[in-house]
Design a protein around this ligand. Structure first.
Ligand code: AMP
Ligand code: ZN
Ligand code: FE
Ligand code: FE
Length: 282
């Protein structure tokens, strides 16, 4: 069994890529994907650890996209790490994230919660800055008791301190992953800010070349998993399962949900051939 969605300190997780691999071994998994937000920075370390410990490494990314000002996360697996347009989008998102963090801090300050930008930067380290890093600084400052409250009361999409991230549309995100030779899977369809009933998003992404749906996400209850499994089967999408592990950042363990090695193989077979130059499809 393989966990197809985990984060490390290379984005907003709290464990190193090698620690994720060790945790996967401890959980009895046969493989592991590293899917940090908008970066491939942890691949080399995770691949080496998998090689050392005899696990299948599935290289991945969780690409931030925005649809009508709401976050939609698109997972990309086996993308070419040398693909220029993907690297450019990651660099653009990193800059945008830094800018957005400053604007979120402005909004928090206007609400009476002034944070030191250096405290947020310390949580992010070398990673692209995300809301969880800001949430941690809010907990440190004693403004909120925990990360969940920071999101619920301030940082969640549409919340009082939320600032939209200027990112590609989900269709373009899927097209970019395909152009980079990868396979695109819609992450946690039942826990997007979109709400659980929006199948039109899935239809739009299918038209853009979506290969799979993360129906079995650790944040989905049994009914939600079943719903999205049916949505996937009706559209001939591969159904994946994963934990979305974030270390201490989230109350879920590596291996909490998994995908069988056979399904991972099926997913890989849907990878688009790497675009050989020419016009990009977005
Ligand atoms: P960002 O990349 O800055 O848009 O932040 C997205 C990340 O924040 C997600 O991957 C989750 O780890 C976390 N997150 C988003 N919404 C919530 C929420 N309501 N409660 C806790 N964590 C959340
Ligand atoms: Zn995250
Ligand atoms: Fe996500
Ligand atoms: Fe994630």
């Amino acid at each position: 069994m393989i966990d197809l969605h985990t984060h490390s300190i290379c984005s907003d997780g709290t464990t190193t890529p090698a620690e994720n691999v060790a945790l996967a071994v401890g959980a009895g998994l046969s493989g592991l994907a590293l899917t940090d937000h908008d970066t491939l920075a942890g691949w080399v370390e995770a691949a080496a650890a998998c090689e050392r410990l005899g696990l299948e490494f599935v290289p991945g990314i969780e690409l931030s996209t925005e649809d009508n000002d709401l976050s939609v996360h698109v997972l990309g697996y086996w993308v070419d790490p040398g693909h220029a347009a993907l690297a450019e989008e990651c660099a653009r998102l990193r800059d945008e994230r830094a800018d957005r963090a400053a604007r979120i801090l402005d909004k928090l300050a206007a609400l009476g919660l002034s944070l030191d930008p250096a405290a947020v930067a310390a949580h992010a380290g070398d990673a692209p800055i995300g809301r969880p890093h800001i949430a941690k600084a809010m907990v440190d400052a004693g403004f909120v008791p925990d990360l969940g409250t920071a999101f619920q009361d301030y940082l969640a999409d549409g919340g009082p301190a939320w600032v939209v991230k200027h990112a590609l549309s989900p269709e373009k995100g899927v097209a970019l992953i395909r152009a980079a030779g990868g396979v695109a899977v819609l992450a946690h369809p039942g826990s997007t800010a979109y709400g659980v009933a929006d199948e039109t998003l899935v239809d739009r992404l299918c038209a853009a070349g979506l290969a799979g749906l993360e129906a079995d996400h650790a944040g989905h209850d049994a009914e939600t998993v079943e719903h999205w499994r049916k949505v996937a089967v009706l559209r001939d999408l591969v159904v994946t399962g994963a934990s979305d592990f974030h270390g201490d950042g989230k109350d879920v363990l590596i291996g909490a949900r998994t995908t069988s090695a056979d399904v991972v193989k099926e997913l890989r077979e849907r990878a688009a051939p790497v675009a050989a130059g020419g016009r990009e499809p977005w």
